[in-house]
Design a protein around this ligand. Sequence first.
Ligand SMILES: NC(=O)C1=CN([C@@H]2O[C@H](COP(=O)(O)OP(=O)(O)OC[C@H]3O[C@@H](n4cnc5c(N)ncnc54)[C@H](OP(=O)(O)O)[C@@H]3O)[C@@H](O)[C@H]2O)[C@@H](O)CC1
Ligand SMILES: [K+]
Length: 507
Amino acid sequence: MKIPSAQQLKSIDKQTILKQGIASFDLMERAARAVFEAIREDILSKAPATSFTVIAGSGNNGGDGLALARMLFLSGITVQVYLYKKETYSADNLYNQQKLAELGIKMEYFDLSDQLSFDRNSVLVDALFGFGLTHALSEEWRGITEQINTCKNVISVDLPSGLRADGKTEKRNPVVRAQMVYTFQVPKVALLLPQSADSMEQFQVLDIGLDEEAVQEVETDVYYYTLSDAKKDLKKRRKFDHKGTYGHALIVGGSFGKIGAAMMSTKSALKTGCGMVTAYIPKCGYTAFQSYFPEAMVLTDAYDDHITSFPSVNLYSATGIGVGMGKVEETVAAFVLFLKKKKDTRLILDADAINILSENPELFDLLPTNTILTPHPKELERLIGTWTNDLDKIEKAKGFCAKYHCILLIKGAHTLTLLPSGKMYFNSTGNEGMATAGSGDVLTGILTSLLAQGYAAEKAAVFGVFLHGLAGDHAKKQYGAQSMTATDIISHLSDAYFTISDSDITF
Ligand SMILES: NC(=O)C1=CN([C@@H]2O[C@H](COP(=O)(O)OP(=O)(O)OC[C@H]3O[C@@H](n4cnc5c(N)ncnc54)[C@H](OP(=O)(O)O)[C@@H]3O)[C@@H](O)[C@H]2O)[C@@H](O)CC1
Ligand SMILES: [K+]
């Protein structure tokens, strides 16, 4: 799914109105109706006596809030309405003010210095600003945003007010903190960035029927990868295929005390569907490995505790390097030598392979085109340097991918996959339970497997990240976020595939 910029959304808005032959207030009515239905399902179905306070701004976000207030009122719900006092309002905001007046619904005007007297136990609907915010809110707005933030239950329409859809918002700027954001049609970039964690707990995307052609025509490098994308990208297996069709993956890693990392990568590679997997590990892991997972083939290094040389990788369709590998001197030397040799394999580097790389930047140029790198934040910093905020981090990472023709994953709640072309994909699956030891090793196994099966590198990366997150979502359903472990993610890879191939559940 494309994520248009705020500017592009405005033009999609106009084209929708034109192509569907509707008035702009009809589209606003649709947006408000979608929020109303979501509120009915999420809140009123469980607590019908809930009362609401709507705080509306002067633009169309405020207009959405006013239309919603009307819908709540007409359903017999208690609703108190505050409207920001300004000289000018958007046309559709004025239209909805008029509608409220006709119904005799009182609107209280407020100024930035006012103390609002509303019921702190009501659900507060924040409809001050949406994607029309041109710059971060000034300090004058802090009084209002702080009063909103004293409420236990805050719902934001489209965006938490103060958060810019795709521009910079600093930690010091006033921003509403929402428990739920009902955002229209596409998640705005700000909702997907870790730095927005303080401004919202979760979001839901509500379809308001924006013109699909207009969305398709928009030129953007930013995408949100969802179940419908994964359904399209999944390679179907055919009746007369044999194990050779699905490739042979090689996992290189493990060291004394960290053999488990290589085991988890190896097992997840097979569970993801490649035909064969070989693990290359130091000798100390041999017995444990073979007894843990009989389907895997195991090659051992000459040395007991760590890897001192690399196998020839040309036999394998894809190679994942680094999990649990450590970085003692001999391992580093062996890895550097490996990178310097000509290779005919598709490559994924994780964990210590990335650490070694970042300590030897002269090696960056040796990365084969489309090598996938899966650093955690500290490893990423070693590759691209420090950043001042999430947008700065993305820009630096983009520069790195373009320069070295590689694919970089910025792992997080919405893992971002950056391609050398500048395209970037935010992932829609996964959960907080996946922040657990070994989760990254599982991802490396999944990606190596998909590459081995012949997925193009960029598809392997975005589809693999989605699959990993979806398996994690299934694991969370069974064990809960606290108790799920990385091996539970592996066990639920099959459920993830079932979801992608059969069901219409959306995540
Ligand atoms: N296509 C869709 O998805 C649909 C979108 N819809 C809805 O429209 C919303 C976008 O509406 P929008 O364009 O009117 O902008 P919005 O967020 O209300 O803000 C504008 C107001 O903010 C003000 N202002 C700006 N910056 C400021 C600042 N730093 N500090 C202070 N003030 C500032 C600005 O003032 P001005 O600059 O004009 O003086 C103006 O009054 C969108 O989020 C969604 O909710 C649906 O109704 C229908 C379909
Ligand atoms: K809002």
